[in-house]
Design a protein around this ligand. Structure first.
Ligand SMILES: *Cc1c(COP(=O)(O)O)cnc(C)c1O
Length: 456
């Protein structure tokens, strides 16, 4: 097979869909620090977490020794509707750039939710159903996670309650209606439905909401409603575990053609797609079998890795969830209102944080306008209209390919294309009209965010 010309799209067959998720923690020399109970500051136990998360998911969250978890058949059956996802050789982009580099991207946008988030949403909904729960609650900002969870809940007949940041609820009516089509109840946050919502509305009557506030409402609703749990679409180790289908498929597709990646690139919000993409490659790197350059790309407006601190912090603005040791800008840090909603998170997944601290991966920041320029260049030659989040990875892949053009090196670059951007046309409009700006937080803003880290 290795002598064949590599096709534009490397498709795996249905039988090659991974049967297990891979838990990178089992092979890490320095394990990520344990989650702490926010009240006692001691490592949190399964019992303490059971009011918040589903039982099977807690086991996955806390397990740092089991390398492989079987993917239950109902989840695999659902995956088969949109997986294995193709690994695409960007021949057209390579030609346009005139680079000797080989560029591949793993495309995760080929489902109605439009992103990789469905990989974890379906797993979380499955375990909630297995436990006999009635429903799940969550928050959504830009709307990708809420959409994915709505689809997954509908499939397993679970009730799904989404608190959507009010400004997005009003500005993105299409996203809202997609969620309602899948049977979810969508409430603009802050709302009068919860105590925390009522308090916030009383204090700030005209507020358009925030992600932190929506999380607090979703958590309150779950904890006060019998048979409900709260679920999260990123940051947690269980989410990275589910997302390893991305990396496992990518590696299988490359192996099929005897291709070896040199550089692996992914955008990083809470870290779930990046963690999933790199997991099997990082395994080889840790074991000394092969070296890879692994690059996390973050927006300059929300630079958790590059300007944050490796410390224990709250995962949510409401300070209800367990404390995680991670690269963070502080749970009170409010990033500028950029157009990559999925990357506006103050912290980074604990596994990735440990890997970064150990020097096993790099991180770079990019400017919003450069990201959209790269998105447009990519769309015009490769056809796919990328999500702004995904376009962070595109920008750095192009940069690396252009470096190869200078040096004449034919490196193999692989990046994660996490989703499509059809609901982001207002952002594209701003870019086209020259009205898009860049924003980097000042040192004072960063210091202010870090000043309120919990004392652990
Ligand atoms: C949510 C999202 C991201 C960022 O989330 P991670 O957990 O860091 O992967 C990236 N791309 C898209 C399209 C998203 O919806």
């Amino acid at each position: 097979m290795s002598n064949e010309k590599i096709p534009y799209k490397i498709y795996l067959s249905e039988s090659e869909l991974p049967k297990q998720w891979y838990n990178l923690r089992a092979d890490m020399v320095n394990k990520p620090a344990p989650l702490l109970n926010p009240e006692t500051l001691k490592p949190i136990t399964k019992e303490e977490l059971s009011g918040v998360f589903c039982d099977a998911l807690i086991d996955q969250e806390l397990d740092e020794n089991t390398a492989y978890f079987d993917i239950p058949t109902p989840i695999r059956d659902f995956y088969k509707m949109f997986r294995p996802a193709p690994l695409i050789r960007a021949y057209c982009l390579e030609e346009k750039l005139g680079t000797p580099a080989k560029i591949y991207y793993k495309f995760e946008g080929n489902n109605t939710s439009g992103s990789h988030k469905l990989n974890s949403a379906i797993a979380q909904a499955y375990y909630a159903k297995e436990q006999g729960l009635k429903g799940v609650t969550t928050e959504t900002g830009a709307g990708q996670w809420g959409t994915a969870l709505s689809m997954a809940s509908a499939y397993f007949g679970l009730d799904c309650k989404v608190y959507m940041v009010k400004v997005s609820y009003e500005q993105k009516p299409f996203r809202r209606e997609v969620m309602r089509t899948y049977g979810a109840t969508v409430t603009p946050s802050p709302s009068m439905e919860t105590e925390v919502g009522r308090k916030i509305l009383e204090k700030f009557p005209g507020t358009t909401g925030s992600l932190g506030c929506a999380i607090s409402e979703a958590v309150e609703k779950a904890s006060k409603t019998e048979g409900y749990r709260y679920v999260l679409g990123s940051v947690l180790n269980q989410v990275v575990l589910h997302q390893t289908v991305i990396g496992l498929e990518t590696k299988a597709a490359l192996d099929k053609y005897n291709e070896k990646a040199d550089i692996i690139i992914g955008c990083a919000g809470g870290g779930s797609n990046l963690g999933g993409l790199i997991a099997p490659f990082m395994r080889e790197k840790i074991k000394g079998e092969r070296d890879y350059r692994i690059i996390a790309v973050e927006p300059e407006s929300c630079p958790s890795f590059t300007r944050g601190k490796y410390a224990y912090d709250y995962c949510d603005t409401g300070m209800i969830c367990p404390l995680a040791k991670m690269y963070t800008l502080g749970s009170g840090f409010i990033p500028a209102a950029t157009h990559s909603g999925g990357l506006r998170y103050h912290g980074m997944n604990p596994i990735l944080s440990q890997l970064y601290d150990d020097g096993l991966m790099e991180a770079v920041t990019v400017k919003q306008t450069e990201v959209f320029a790269a998105a447009e260049e990519f769309a015009r030659v490769e056809g796919i209209l990328p999500a702004p989040e995904s376009s962070h990875a595109i920008k750095v892949a192009i940069d690396e390919a252009l470096k190869c053009k200078e040096t004449g090196e034919a490196k193999t670059i692989v990046f994660g294309l996490t989703g499509t951007g059809y609901f982001d046309m207002v952002a594209y409009e701003k870019f086209h009209d020259g009205k898009m700006t860049n924003y980097a937080p000042t040192d004072e803003e960063i210091e202010k965010g870090l000043a309120n880290l919990p004392k652990v």
